[in-house]
Design a protein around this ligand. Structure first.
Ligand SMILES: [Zn+2]
Ligand SMILES: [Zn+2]
Length: 293
C-alpha cells in the first residue's frame, strides 16, 4: 500500500507551505501553483523559498511534485498578446519545475475558439517546441486531456498522440522525456471515454484504457488527476466533484485506478472538498479505499 496519492493544495504564504498542507491531509505527493492562479504576474524565481521547500519535502517525504500552469494559458489562441503572455508564463513554470526538482508542469493547452484542431495544431507544436528549446533539460511539459467544451484542445487523445509524434520527429522531445501527459478522470469521462473494464465496453462507446493502449500512450502517462464529475458522461463539461459524489460510476473509477498500468502512477486530487475549500483528508481517504492495490 505505498501508492502515491496526493492533491492540489494552496501555496499561499509560500511554496513550502503547500508541502505542509498536503501532508496534513494525508497526501504523499503534491500539485501546486507557482504563484497566484488568477494573474499573469510572477514572483522572481530567485525569491521563491526553495530551501524551505526542499527541507519540508524531505521532512514530510512528499514526492513527486507537479506544478499546474495557469488556466489563462492558451497556446491555440489567435491573439498575439495572449500567446506572448502564455509563452512567458509557461517558460517561468518550466524553470520553476527545474528549480524545485519537480516532475513536470501540467498544462491545459487552451482553446482554438472555433477555428478547429487542424487550424491550430501546427501552431501549438511550434510553441511547445520553442518553449522546450529555451528551458532546462530537466524540466517537463505535461499535456492534460480536456473535457472538450468550447473548442478545448486535447479532449480527443489522438490530438496528444499527434503532438507527441510531431515533436518527437522535430527534436526527440518525447524520447528525451521533455514531453509527456496527464490524464484527468473527470475530463476523460466528460469527453466520452468510459473508465471501466475495456473488455466490456458497449460497441458505440469509447474506452479510456483501450484508447490509451491503441495510441501507445501508457509509457508517457506520468500522472492522473482523480476527480469525480458533476456532469453526465459525454457532457463535455469540466466541473469536478468529490470522489464518490459525482456521476462516474464507482466501479468504473475503481477498475481504472487499479488497472495494472496505473499502479505506479501518482494520483492527484483536484476536487472541491467537503467544505468547498479544496482537496481534504476525507477525499484522500476515499481515494485510498478505491486505489487499493
Ligand atoms: Zn485536472
Ligand atoms: Zn478540470
Amino acid at each position: 500500500m505505498n501508492r502515491k496519492i496526493g492533491a492540489h493544495v494552496s501555496a499561499a504564504g509560500g511554496i513550502d507551505k503547500a508541502i505542509e498542507r498536503v501532508a496534513e491531509i494525508g497526501g504523499n505527493c503534491l500539485q501546486l501553483f507557482s504563484g497566484s492562479p488568477r494573474v499573469w504576474a510572477k514572483m522572481p524565481l530567485e525569491k521563491q523559498p526553495v530551501a524551505a521547500f526542499d527541507s519540508n519535502r524531505e521532512k514530510y517525504n512528499v514526492t513527486p511534485v507537479f506544478t499546474h500552469a495557469l488556466y489563462l494559458v492558451n497556446l491555440a489562441s489567435d491573439k498575439e498578446e495572449n500567446i506572448r503572455k502564455s509563452f512567458a508564463s509557461l517558460k517561468y513554470e518550466l524553470e520553476f519545475d527545474s528549480l524545485v526538482k519537480g516532475s513536470g508542469i501540467i498544462v491545459h493547452l487552451g482553446s482554438h475558439q472555433g477555428r478547429g484542431w487542424e487550424a491550430s495544431c501546427a501552431q501549438i507544436a511550434d510553441h511547445i517546441d520553442q518553449l522546450l528549446s529555451e528551458t532546462p533539460d530537466n524540466s517537463t511539459f505535461l499535456i492534460e486531456n480536456s473535457a472538450g467544451q468550447n473548442g478545448k484542445i486535447a479532449s480527443d487523445l489522438e490530438e496528444i498522440r499527434w503532438l507527441f509524434d510531431e515533436l518527437e520527429k522535430r527534436n526527440k522531445l518525447v524520447s528525451t522525456g521533455r514531453l509527456a501527459w496527464c490524464f484527468d478522470t473527470c475530463h476523460g469521462f466528460a469527453a466520452g471515454y468510459r473508465l471501466g473494464d475495456h473488455t466490456k465496453i458497449a460497441k458505440d462507446e469509447k474506452s479510456a484504457i483501450q484508447a490509451i493502449s491503441d495510441l501507445n500512450l501508457w509509457e508517457t502517462l506520468k500522472v492522473v488527476h482523480v476527480n469525480d464529475s458533476k456532469d453526465p458522461f459525454g457532457s463535455g463539461r469540466d466541473r469536478h466533484d468529490n470522489i464518490g459524489d459525482g456521476t462516474i460510476p464507482a466501479e468504473e473509477l475503481k477498475f481504472f485506478l487499479n488497472y495494472e498500468k496505473l499502479l505506479d502512477i501518482p494520483l492527484i486530487l483536484e476536487v472541491p472538498g467537503i467544505d468547498k475549500e479544496g482537496p481534504d483528508a476525507e477525499n484522500i481517504e476515499r481515494l485510498r479505499k478505491i486505489a487499493t492495490e
